[in-house]
Design a binder for this molecule. Structure first.
Ligand SMILES: [Zn+2]
Length: 594
């Protein structure tokens, strides 16, 4: 009997024999080197036709070996204790690194060519690659000489790179001792943070106290790390001529400052709406006020709804099919071809993800399905990513399938809203409705509002550095409390020790990745605005959403919105997303009236 909950990865390759797969990986590196030999050092003299040949060659290479590389990563993700999987994953990583290294010169040399011949960007021969070339041009003014770039990599390895490693090593090697069900237990960070969502309120509070009691003892270390990372970034802004600390991230995410400013202003203006939800949640939890350890807590009276694998797939398929038949058919295709791995097993990667399979014009999904409502939502979310892959792999070259974080969650969050719509229609009791609504309202509150507080902190850290303020642990803590309060107001009681909340946020320490957070905010509000538009326009909206997803990275997020008739630099657009959020809060409030 075939297990429907286990995926079939054999479709990714012609031959699953490890020896054949290794040969294929060697061929990948050899072919990448061949492209390198042909074009390295010569791009500056290429015509438009030659550039097209080069980019097509790289895209063909990607398609040819896409399945093999995916196969190696995915069998390992499904079971990291399997020796063959371990070896193949390692071989694939090495081969991909070698191939990428062999082709790394392309973007750098294209930058030089385009700086010398900007008219190439508009050349009709390169129309399909136009936006990709535009993105390279945007980086050119900030590139350093080859020697300087090499020195930068060297300084980062033992500089900001070391701080990043230190922060994650510190967290993952600490042991936390806490009493659970009358028994003293010692556990790592990854496990104790799981208790933040326990139904037991006292345990949640103690979990936070235990973690931050340990964290706060090393305040000097956290402050040194953050100062070093921020100060290094300020230096790099001067060296690379980035006008603001956010510029690097804006270029990476293919957005502009005006749009992000409007987005963040909209969040600030609507903080009261979030606080309204927090007060409703407090009422649902029969509390005078929420504490910080209630923000992610499940509702105590939520009915325990469990789903079999087939129930979940029925709900999710119907939710998508009711929206659009073609999308529904692709979802069925995902289940029928067994592209989902839901079986919980030892050695399986935690969480859930969707991996695009461009060559197969499809995708693969991994999750550990335990029948909870959250698992059904995770499935709908990942299938939204899969639909994105179905659409863009049919419309775009691989170069245009590199979707940035602001747009990458469009299919997935939209899918969650479609599932919500369906589950709400079927819900029989108000408790059921409240449980469903709290899933998406908690998610939005976290990703749009609480994450914004982190953006505000990052901004104010740079302002303080510029003014020459000394940022010790207490000072950063005060700035964090101010940022947090500007979002939550007085709707939440925070444990005093949570002024160290910033210390455990990995984003602040990631090297060469400043302002990591606002794309989460963008994604939530963008999709809520799209969903609102769907509610207004009905069926007419569906082809527009499909065109947006099919465009991949061939257009900027700004242009994608313009095609829908929106200006993402205006607060009016973002307010539309907020309106939808308010609508969900109103629906929740209605379930609470007698
Ligand atoms: Zn996602």
């Amino acid at each position: 009997m075939v297990n429907e909950m286990v995926w079939d990865l054999s479709q990714l390759v012609d031959n699953t024999d490890p020896k054949a797969i290794r040969e294929k990986l060697n061929a990948l590196v050899a072919e990448a080197n061949k492209i390198g030999e042909k074009f390295h050092g010569k791009i500056v003299n290429l015509s438009a036709e030659d550039v097209l040949e080069l980019l097509k060659a790289r895209d063909d290479l990607k398609l040819k070996f896409d399945g093999t590389a995916s196969y190696c990563y995915l069998i390992y993700a499904a079971n990291s204790t399997d020796d063959v999987a371990k070896q193949l994953n390692e071989s694939a990583r090495q081969a991909m690194m070698n191939a990428n290294q062999a082709l790394a010169f392309i973007d750098i040399e294209l930058g030089k060519l385009l700086a010398a011949k900007p008219s190439l960007i508009g050349n009709a021969v390169l129309a399909e690659y136009r936006h990709y070339l535009e993105r390279i041009v945007r980086r050119v003014p900030h590139m350093l000489s080859e020697t300087e770039e090499k020195l930068t990599i060297m300084k980062d390895k033992n500089g900001i790179g070391a701080w990043e490693l230190f922060q994650s090593d510190w967290l993952s090697t600490r042991a936390f001792t806490i009493e659970v069900d009358g028994e003293k237990k010692t556990m790592p960070f990854g496990q104790i943070t799981g208790l933040y969502q326990s139904p037991n309120r006292d345990l949640r509070r103690r979990a936070y106290e235990t973690v931050y009691d340990v964290v706060s003892k090393d305040d000097i270390v956290w402050a040194s790390a953050i100062r070093a990372v921020c100060d290094d970034h300020v230096q790099m802004c001067n060296t690379r001529k980035w006008p603001s600390p956010m510029t690097q991230s804006l270029i990476d995410n293919d957005v502009d400052e005006q749009a992000i400013n409007s987005l963040m202003k909209t969040i600030q203006k609507n903080a009261g709406l979030y606080q309204r939800y927090l007060r409703l949640k407090a009422r649902l939890m029969k509390l005078p006020k929420l504490a910080n350890y209630d923000l992610w807590a499940p509702l105590p009276q939520a009915p325990s709804m469990t789903y079999a694998w087939s129930d979940a797939s029925n709900e999710v398929t119907s939710a998508y099919a009711e929206f659009d038949q073609q999308i529904g058919d692709w979802i069925i295709d995902m289940y029928e071809k067994r592209h989902l791995d839901g079986e919980p097993r030892n050695g399986k990667t935690a969480g859930a993800f969707c991996s695009s399979w461009l060559a197969g014009k499809s995708a693969y999904i991994l999750q550990s399905f335990n029948g909870r409502m959250g698992d059904v939502y995770a499935q709908a979310h990942e299938l939204g990513h899969a639909i994105h892959a179905y659409l863009l792999s049919r419309a775009q070259k691989p170069t245009n399938c590199d979707v940035g974080s602001c747009v990458a969650e469009t299919g997935s969050i939209f899918g969650e809203l479609l599932l919500t719509e369906r589950l709400l229609q079927k819900a029989k009791t108000k408790e059921e409705k409240q449980a469903i609504l709290s899933v998406i309202l908690d998610e939005f509150g976290n990703a749009a509002f609480l994450v914004s507080a982190r953006v505000f902190l990052e901004q104010v850290l740079y302002d303080n550095l510029k003014q020459g303020q000394l940022l010790d642990g207490e000072a950063i803590g005060r700035l964090w409390v101010t940022a947090r309060t500007s979002i939550c107001g007085d709707a939440v009681d925070w444990l005093d020790i949570l002024k160290w909340g910033w210390a455990t946020t990995p984003h602040y320490y990631i090297s060469n990745y400043r302002f990591y957070n606002y794309p989460y905010v963008y994604a939530q509000l963008f999709v809520y605005a799209l969903y609102r538009l769907y509610k207004e326009q009905g069926k007419e909206f569906i082809p527009k959403l499909k065109a947006l997803l099919a465009a991949g990275s061939s257009k900027s997020p700004r242009d994608l919105a313009t095609e829908l008739g929106f200006d993402i630099t205006s607060e009016e657009f973002w307010q539309k997303g907020m309106k939808q959020y308010e609508e969900f809060i109103n629906t929740l409030e209605k379930t609470m009236q007698h």
